[in-house]
Design a binder for this molecule. Structure first.
Ligand code: ADP
Ligand code: MG
Length: 766
């Protein structure tokens, strides 16, 4: 069954060749107890290692079951070792960090024997070698004789047909040696046992055959096999494989023996994770906080449609960059036309009746109101202490800030929702002014002057009692040749019977929860005042425009023909019978509704030509996308920085795994002797890094979670925001996974080194 044919094995060390086996031929019976005797260095161990498939022969052949092993691959040898051969070593070679029972089970674990069966078999074997009481001990808690008994039990575990024992009693005293010999002899009853020994007496007493060796050759064989001897029993080579769970268990036990170091490694490795987790928790928390704040404060912000709209999108931002086609400081003798960036960005909206109708069809469940704002020229004159003063002639622009007024009575509520009336009473039916103060009851001095008042503080009553006269355009402008100029005689204008007396009806201030509006102040006027001015000024305004093309009489600004025709519609819109509004505010009733509204507005533009498009300004959207982008950018930069520490710790784990490989070299040898494949060894170390990875990842998350507490206290101290940092559970899980992946990557090289170790050399290390 086992036949060595002309085996040669030579070791080469530093230019020197040692012929350990020289043309060695030997045949073994199915069942015998062979003792190999010979002086030290005669090649006995080499012989056993070759028979056991731990070492490879250089030439010749080892025939197992009449089958040549010349073509055996590494994995065939692994299977062969696992279930055909049992090794017993002089120095026992037990795995020190697992129990006696687990040591015996290991070979079966490798060949995939079920847990129950494995345990039962291991217990039986340990009972047979007389160690029933000691199964849960660790090997170092046993005596030498006991350890050798464990090794014998282990060698028997997979029912091998061959037991190879290399000086099994070499480290034991005579009495114990005899006991061990008895045990081995009993095994030899139904197996082939090949035992190397120094002890001639023991060999002669127990062995059935003695082979003497010298210098890698046989010098005596007491019971050689006759030519005609039959030798036909076959043994089977079963496949082995260590599953990942076994590898995990093995590594976990090993890690348990060095708790302190593992804890430190994991802690060091977790620092990167801690950093990233904290940053993500903070940015996640801030994002939630900003989102909520925006929802709170920006949900009331209207979508604004005005005559001039800024249309800034990402594409335009790209185009705004320097024109790279044109060289700086070139010798060109030409002047080039530069595109006006502002012109590109500004879009003139021509608001039409069609558009107003379109807006009227917005689903009412998404909006809390729409306000249409019209501006008109107001000529207001004050009379204080015999002095007459003109306080406004401009279109109703700054500082005549307009409160959104609502011509459509059915959609009332914009003012009611946003403002508190803190003095007086608004009567929209009557022409009048409304003074808007900011959240601190402040207005600009110029605003106060517009009302014909002065001082550092003014009583509400003084404001409400102040009377102004509104002069209509027909009276205000007088014709001189072809021009219309304002009438300088303010007193006669003030006392003109057409002039209308108006007062500040009410003082309003934004509601406390409408922070967006907190800084606004100025004067607005009631709808009926607007309507009145439009109706009374209508004819004159149109006449003025049509007669006088050089000047815009209402604003006293030069007005060329082209811009005149361009702006005609808008211009007439101010004052014409259609009285199209020049600013429209659409108030979404929630942050979510805003998207519906902007989609609805976008739809209007879909089939329109560029010049007919109506662009809107969505401040809330711009602010939130801006803040979101900034947050993302900051997070990415910080995470990138912390990633450096993650990489450093990965390298460290690689080094530590490598040290572990060096420390566990012996274990690698033992596992290989028991039939572990290279792959299995790799798994053991990958498992170790897996454990460290999970451990350090989880530790990192836990520490980061704890650090979130003081971080939140500090933030609350600085910003009044409570519980900002919030860890997203998905981030936590992803980070643990990243940690595992990184440590496994860094453990890969050491694991490969381990799996490529020569089993014989590994076993020889101490
Ligand atoms: P024994 O077990 O009979 O003492 P060995 O089989 O261990 O002898 O060794 C046989 C010869 O081969 C010795 O001279 C030994 O020095 C040499 N040898 C064994 N293993 C190696 C090795 N890995 N490298 C170099 N020489 C070796
Ligand atoms: Mg030896």
């Amino acid at each position: 069954m086992l036949n060595l044919k002309n085996i040669k094995k030579t070791y080469h060390t530093g230019g020197f060749s040692q012929h350990a086996l020289k043309d060695f031929s030997l045949q073994f019976r199915q069942n015998e107890f062979v003792a190999i005797l010979g002086p030290s260095g005669s090649g006995k161990t080499t012989l056993l290692n070759i028979i056991g498939g731990l070492d490879r022969y250089d030439s010749g052949d080892l025939i197992i079951n009449n089958k040549s092993t010349k073509k055996f691959k590494s994995i065939d040898w692994d299977f062969y070792r696992n279930n055909c051969v049992g090794f017993i070593f002089q120095n026992y070679n037990l795995i020190s960090h697992i129990s006696v029972l687990e040591n015996v089970e290991m070979g079966m674990t490798l060949s995939g024997v079920g847990k129950k069966e494995k345990r039962k078999k291991a217990k039986e074997l340990l009972e047979r070698v007389g160690l029933k009481q000691h199964i849960n001990k660790k090997p170092n808690q046993l005596s030498g004789g006991q350890m050798q008994r464990v090794a014998i039990a282990r060698a028997l575990a997979n029912d091998p047909d061959i037991i190879l024992a290399d000086e099994p009693t070499g480290a034991l005293d005579t009495k114990i040696s005899r006991q061990i010999m008895e045990l081995i002899a009993s095994i030899a009853k139904d197996k082939l046992v090949i035992m190397v020994t120094h002890n001639k007496e023991l060999a002669e007493e127990y062995a059935t055959r003695i082979v003497k060796m010298q210098d890698g050759e046989i010098i005596e064989d007491t019971n050689p096999i006759a030519k005609d001897e039959s030798n036909d029993k076959m043994f089977q080579i079963r496949k082995t494989a260590m599953n990942f769970f076994t590898a995990l268990n093995l590594s976990f036990n090993n890690i348990k023996t060095k708790k302190g170091r593992t804890a430190l490694t994991s802690f060091a490795a977790s620092i990167g994770i801690i950093g990233i987790a904290l940053i993500l928790a903070l940015s996640n928390g801030f994002k939630i906080e900003i989102d909520e704040f925006e929802k709170d404060s920006l949900s009331d912000a209207p979508i604004i449609i005005s005559e001039q709209a800024m249309t800034m999108n990402e594409e335009m931002m790209m185009n705004m960059q320097v024109n790279k086609d044109r060289k700086e400081f070139s010798d060109s003798k030409k002047v080039y036309i530069q595109e006006d960036i502002l012109e590109q960005l500004m879009h003139t909206n021509y608001i039409t009746d069609e558009y107003i109708d379109y807006l009227g069809e917005i689903d009412k469940k998404y909006i809390s109101g729409v306000s249409y704002q019209k501006s008109t020229a107001l000529n207001l004159i004050t009379h204080i202490e015999d002095k007459y003063e003109l306080v406004s002639t401009t279109n109703a622009v700054n500082p005549w800030t307009l409160l959104p007024t609502n011509p459509n009575k059915k959609e009332k509520g914009v003012i009611d929702n946003n403002y508190d009336v803190i003095a007086g009473k608004i009567d929209d039916e009557k022409p009048g002014l409304i003074l808007q103060v900011d959240s601190r009851n402040q207005i600009y001095e110029s605003t106060l002057k517009q009302l014909g008042l002065s001082g550092k503080t003014v009583d509400f009553d003084d404001i409400l009692n102040q009377e102004l006269k509104l002069v209509l355009n027909d009276d205000y402008y007088m014709q001189v040749d072809d021009y219309f100029i304002p009438n300088p005689d303010l007193e006669s204008l003030y006392n003109n019977e057409n002039s209308i007396s108006i007062k500040v009806q009410a003082i309003v201030r934004c509601k406390e929860d409408k922070k967006m509006l907190a800084n606004g102040s100025g004067i607005a006027y009631t709808n009926s005042l607007t309507e009145l001015v439009i109706s009374k000024n209508k004819d004159s305004a149109i006449v003025n425009v049509q007669k006088e093309k050089d000047y815009n009489v209402l604003t006293h600004q030069p007005f060329d023909e082209e811009s005149m025709t361009n702006n005609k519609k808008v211009f007439l819109g101010y004052l014409g019978a259609e009285s199209i509004p020049n600013i429209i505010y659409i108030y979404p009733n929630s942050f979510e509704s805003k998207d519906y509204i902007t989609d609805y507005l976008d739809k209007y533009n879909e089939k329109k030509e560029e010049k007919d498009k109506i662009e809107y300004t969505d401040m809330a959207g711009m602010i939130s996308s801006l803040s979101g982008n900034i947050m993302d950018a900051i997070t990415i930069v910080l995470v990138a920085f912390s990633s450096i520490s993650l990489i450093v710790s990965s390298i460290m784990i690689g080094i530590i795994t490598y040290i572990s490989v060096l420390e566990r070299t012996k274990e690698i040898g033992i596992l290989r002797a028991l039939g572990a494949r290279k792959k299995d060894i790799k798994r053991v170390f990958m498992a170790e890094t897996f454990i460290v990875g999970i451990f350090s990842g989880t530790l990192g998350i836990l520490i980061a979670r704890l650090l979130v507490i003081p971080a939140n206290i500090i933030i609350e101290d600085l910003s009044d925001l409570a519980n900002v940092a919030k860890m997203n559970p998905i981030h936590a899980i992803v980070l643990v996974i990243i940690s595992v992946i990184l440590t496994m990557i860094s453990g890969f090289i050491p694991a490969r080194v381990a799996s490529n170790k020569d089993p014989v050399e590994s076993l020889r290390t101490e």
